[in-house]
Design a protein around this ligand. Structure first.
Ligand code: HPA
Length: 306
């Protein structure tokens, strides 16, 4: 049998408890804020921040739009902890580091985890700004040796084999849609879909985007799935929300350079529109513009959890 690896859980919990008043030390809900969605912190009352660099085992988030602190406080009277900044494999963090904060939050006592992220829209019906509650995921890295749960168990009470057919809590999604109704949101503003997880940091090539759409994904992003796996192993109920920050460009045809050269040689050059490319700035901008709706929905769900 493998030994349980020595992740510094006890030291992490002690460091957190030394910085947070007792009334906030046992949050019920954990929240992970995606790119540009850190504004969720503004709806936390009685706020106490704990910097990642003071918690043993935590890394630093290196991505613009991600801070590096845990926010403790209350939301609608419910004690919560929010990660302002998450870790991604593309930053060079091993998967066990990426999911370590989820395991620490579980050991602080959260029973529910709400993850948010910025994602590219693959389904042409999804307008930029739509919020997609994940009902499934497609994780090619999981299927090819990049599963966050590979390796020795981190607790003797964990199950070795984790089912994923029920990974995304129907109960939490029900609260989300009740929230969308009570907030008077447009019926198209919030929907459900399947998330494709890719490692990044490159955005999808046209062929990759086409492939992911063909195999049934609605949105694509570079986070969340490792955290979902760890959360399910820890026994947490999970909801994950993607904000569509850009449409993934899936051209039906490629530029025909041979024909363009032939036209040029014949004295009839073709006038082409500029190529569409996605940028992190665009992702952050939409996050800022639409983050408010995400924040209100998260607030509603947190307050409504029984
Ligand atoms: N692809 C992958 N990840 C993303 C995208 C995208 O288009 N937009 C925001 N995160």
């Amino acid at each position: 049998m493998h030994d349980v690896p020595q992740l510094p859980f006890d030291a992490a919990i002690a460091a957190i408890k030394a910085q947070v008043p007792e009334r906030l030390q046992s949050p019920r809900v954990g929240i992970v804020c995606g790119s540009g969605l850190g504004g969720i912190v503004n709806s936390i009352q009685d706020l106490h921040l704990v910097q990642y660099n003071t918690i043993p085992g935590f890394a630093e988030s290196t991505v613009p739009g991600h801070k590096s602190s845990l926010a403790f406080g209350t939301m609608g009277g419910v004690p919560v902890v929010a990660m302002l900044g998450r870790f991604h494999p593309y930053e060079g963090h091993p998967l066990r580091v990426v999911v370590y904060p989820i395991r620490v939050m579980a050991r602080l006592g959260i029973a529910n985890l709400i993850l948010t992220n910025a994602a590219g829209g693959l389904n042409p019906k999804l307008a930029v700004g739509t919020i997609v509650a994940l009902h499934d995921h497609l994780a090619l890295p999981n299927m090819t040796g990049m599963n966050a749960l590979l390796g020795p168990l981190t607790s003797p009470t964990h199950q070795r084999f984790i089912p994923l057919s029920d990974a995304y809590s129907p109960g939490l999604r029900r609260l989300l849609f009740l929230g969308a109704h009570h907030l008077g949101l447009d019926p198209d503003a919030v929907t459900e879909g399947t998330y494709a997880w890719v490692s990044g940091p490159t955005y999808e090539s046209p062929a990759e985007g086409r492939f992911l759409r063909l195999v049934g994904a609605d949105v694509v992003g570079m986070s969340t799935v490792p955290e979902v796996l760890a959360a399910r192993e820890e026994g947490l109920d999970v909801m994950a929300l993607s904000l569509v920050t850009n449409a993934v460009v899936i051209p039906e045809t490629y530029r025909d350079i041979r024909a363009e050269v032939a036209a040029e040689l014949a004295g009839k050059p073709v006038d082409l529109p500029p190529a569409q490319v996605v940028s992190h700035e665009e992702v952050l901008e939409i996050g800022k513009a639409k983050g408010e709706v995400m924040m209100k929905l998260v607030e509603y769900v947190v307050s409504a959890i029984p």
